[in-house]
Design a protein around this ligand. Structure first.
Ligand code: ADP
Ligand code: MG
Length: 720
């Protein structure tokens, strides 16, 4: 799959160097459609196309997922389920049985060596005459994955062929590709070898020679050749996918990504923005009015923001801070600072509940200082909306808090200078861009309470400056977390009762999974009725995503004012909700939540001075993995540690979200495993952009080509 490099906004170079262009004249070789390769008929072309492989370049990027080492003789008794092996065996017999009443047959080839027998089963015939070739007593080569079925190891659809007719020497390493229905490994190998043959001598090097030298990387063709046609003397590093050839490919994948990020960041730094003058004294009176002292982390981050605002370039800064670390006041102070420099500010949040909350906060903290605050959400009446919109345009509102409504058509600002996006992971990239375009390059502050591992932050947020609030307001004691099972329900309710009797409040949360939204909703509503009977003395509220915004708002207000003591909710309360008097959260079906979601939910309590509790209640059937998740939750309240654990358990996909969904699509690189290579690729990319931002040096022309090119010689589908 060839893809574009969207973020690149480099203007096409008008006087392209002849050399750089020339080095790409051979791209055609990579672009050759696969059906022009020897051995690829219409059928194979179709099968390959269904895997997204259309060109020779795509094919060469279809890297082996493993290597089988023929240099070691294997025997049946030492086969382990899950491993891919190549083993030489004798045919005992070939038989076929009808599958049930259908016409389909299962073929069963019984094989043996001196250590035992094993079955190779086929539920479809690879091709006509496939089995006729094998007679009892014949020696065959079996290549496939060892499968455990009813406690016995067997092969399913292995590659089977006459061992003597081997087209490859027996003492080598064979690349194994992810099998695709309709293509045998042998066939894949054949096609890829002919692709290599086809491009031989025509593969342009895309990385500057200086990089190859500095990072000891092998050449592009050399690497492709080695990966698909391993050298005889390949060592263990190679079989594990850690050879210099692998490194070269991984480095390159990561390098394009980092180059893109470095370029993006450099572009931001040359855009011009309003310089907001002054120091923290500009908002000192507001800070003094707070009932608490800012934490050192909050002060440091405010300092970092103000330094950015002094620059003639727009700030693009992300605050990463754990739930409850106090990001809101930092954002509000920065807004106030921009306003006192004569600009409007906007805060965009993902939910109406949150916008109401920030609006209230802003009103109580900033309005006394003459700052005029507006709220813009989807649930305003047409008249209210019109009023806010016209005030924004006339500059009669200084700070507006809102949801997506902020970026709708017709919303204009008089002088927007500063934009905050809270819980930014909830927004797609474009929505943020839209808000940005409302003003003349406003400064941009993003906030996220879903900490992501530092290693990942580097790539995911590679084009942003990152500030970290790594300190909690004083007096917070970590939330006590317990895992319980349904048989402890009565004790749990008793505990909740005690808390409420002490004057505290509680949340009970039910999962809401998209596919079965209706059923889940019913659960929450049913449980609400049940809980009313269990807690007859208390007032209960019910909150879920299907309610109208003003109903939700009403329910939240009642809870905030302690008019209701127990809030039954679906995950709509997950982000940002701040009710310091709530000290206990019971999460039902905790096994259905991911780690970061559990962490977010737990963050709803422990926000005040009272000792708080989080009870993770599991259903009856719980997997080891969800048990492990709960254990991590019980062990630590540090969002960064939880993120690391999540990364280990589930991989990086979930952290990337809308921001760079392509990040998980690397062909070979793995952001977790290849962190060292990532560091190098980043160092290399940023150094180049710093030294030569316009890519003017001859050896950088090729980078410019790659960045501006709609499609590279080999897919860059991983970038962007
Ligand atoms: P989050 O970072 O999760 O958005 P909030 O900004 O909602 O956290 O803050 C959580 C709670 O901590 C709020 O009730 C806020 O008023 C309070 N808070 C913020 N900063 C401090 C501080 N320095 N000292 C004490 N309480 C604070
Ligand atoms: Mg918040």
């Amino acid at each position: 799959m060839t893809a574009t490099l969207p973020g690149s906004r480099l203007k096409p170079n008008s006087h392209r160097s002849k050399n750089a262009t020339e080095s790409f004249t051979h791209i055609t070789e990579f672009k050759t459609p696969i059906q022009f390769l020897k051995g690829v008929g219409p059928h194979f072309a179709e099968v390959l196309r269904s895997r997204g492989i259309e060109t020779v370049g795509d094919l060469l990027e279809w890297y082996p997922r493993a290597y089988e080492d023929r240099r070691v003789a294997r025997s049946i008794s030492d086969l382990r389920p899950g491993e891919i092996v190549s083993i030489s065996l004798n045919v005992v017999r070939v038989s076929s049985v009808q599958l049930g009443k259908s016409k389909r047959r299962m073929y069963d080839v019984v094989l043996k060596d001196h250590t035992g027998t094993i079955n190779a089963k086929y539920f479809r015939v690879p091709y006509r005459g496939y089995f006729e070739r094998f007679q009892p007593g014949m020696r065959v080569r079996v290549v496939g994955k060892v499968t455990l079925y009813r406690n016995r190891v067997e092969f399913h659809h292995p590659d089977l062929r006459d061992d003597d007719a081997l087209e490859v020497a027996t003492d080598c390493l064979i690349p194994i590709y992810t099998e695709t229905e309709g293509i045998t490994l042998q066939k894949i190998r054949g096609i890829i070898l002919s692709a290599l043959e086809k491009v031989k001598g025509n593969v342009p090097e895309r990385l500057p020679q200086s990089l190859l030298k500095k990072y000891e990387l092998s050449g592009l063709y050399e690497s492709l050749k080695a990966l698909h046609d391993p050298p005889k003397d390949a060592d263990a590093e190679f079989t594990r996918g850690r050879s210099v050839f692998h490194k070269r490919i991984i480095f390159e994948e990561l390098f394009w990504l980092e180059l893109l990020l470095a370029n993006k960041r450099a572009l931001v730094k040359v855009e011009s923005a309003h310089e907001l003058r002054g120091g923290v004294e500009k908002v000192q009176d507001i800070i003094k009015s707070f009932t608490y002292e800012l934490t050192n982390a909050q002060k440091r981050v405010i300092g970092e923001i103000l330094t950015d605002l002094h620059q003639p370039h727009p700030m693009h800064r992300l605050i990463q801070g754990d739930v409850g670390s106090g990001k809101t006041v930092v954002a509000l102070l920065a807004c106030a600072y921009a306003i006192r420099n004569g600009f409007q500010s906007a805060i965009m949040v993902p939910t109406e509940i949150l916008s109401e909350q920030h609006f209230k906060n802003a009103k109580s903290l900033l309005e006394p200082f003459g700052i005029r605050i507006g709220l813009l959400t989807g649930s305003l009446t047409a008249k209210e909306k019109k009023d806010v919109v016209s005030k924004l345009k006339n500059g009669e509102i200084d700070l507006v808090v809102g949801t997506h409504a902020l970026i709708q058509e017709g919303v204009e600002f008089q002088k927007l200078g500063f934009v905050v996006v809270d819980e930014q992971h909830r927004f797609g990239v474009h929505q943020r861009q839209d808000l940005k375009q409302k003003g003349v390059l406003p400064h941009f502050l993003l906030m996220t309470a879903t900490p992501i591992p530092r290693t990942l932050a580097m790539t995911v947020y590679g084009d942003l400056d990152v500030s970290i609030i790594d300190e909690m307001p004083p007096g917070r004691t970590p939330v006590v977390t317990r895992v319980v099972y349904p048989n402890k329900e009565i004790l749990v309710y008793q505990f909740i009762r005690e808390q409420i009797e002490k004057g505290r409040q509680a949340y009970v949360v039910y999962p809401l999974v998209e596919e079965s939204e209706k059923i889940d909703l019913k659960n929450a509503v049913d449980e609400f009725e049940k809980l009313k009977n269990i807690f007859p003395k208390f007032k209960l509220g019910l909150l879920h995503g299907r309610m109208k915004p003003d109903e939700k708002e009403h329910v939240m207000n009642e809870f905030r004012a302690n008019k209701t003591q127990l809030l039954v909710s679906t995950t709509v309360i997950e982000v940002g909700v701040d009710v310091p008097n709530a000290t206990i959260i019971l999460i039902e079906h905790a096994e259905r939540f991911g780690l970061s979601q559990l962490h977010q939910l737990r963050g709803r309590v422990g926000r005040g001075d009272f000792k708080s509790y989080c009870i993770l209640k599991h259903g009856h059937a719980v997997s080891d993995e969800s048990r492990a998740r709960s254990e991590i939750m019980a062990e630590t309240s540090d969002g960064f540690k939880i993120a690391e654990a999540d990364l280990e358990m589930r991989g990086p996909g979930q952290f990337l979200g809308a921001r760079q969904s392509g990040l998980t699509g690397f062909k070979m690189a793995n952001l977790v495993r290849d962190i060292d290579i990532l560091h190098q690729a980043r160092e290399a990319a940023f150094a180049i952009v710093k030294e030569d931002p316009q890519f003017k040096l001859p050896e950088h022309k090729i980078l410019h080509e790659m960045l501006t090119k709609k499609s590279g010689p080999i897919s860059l589908g991983t970038v962007g």
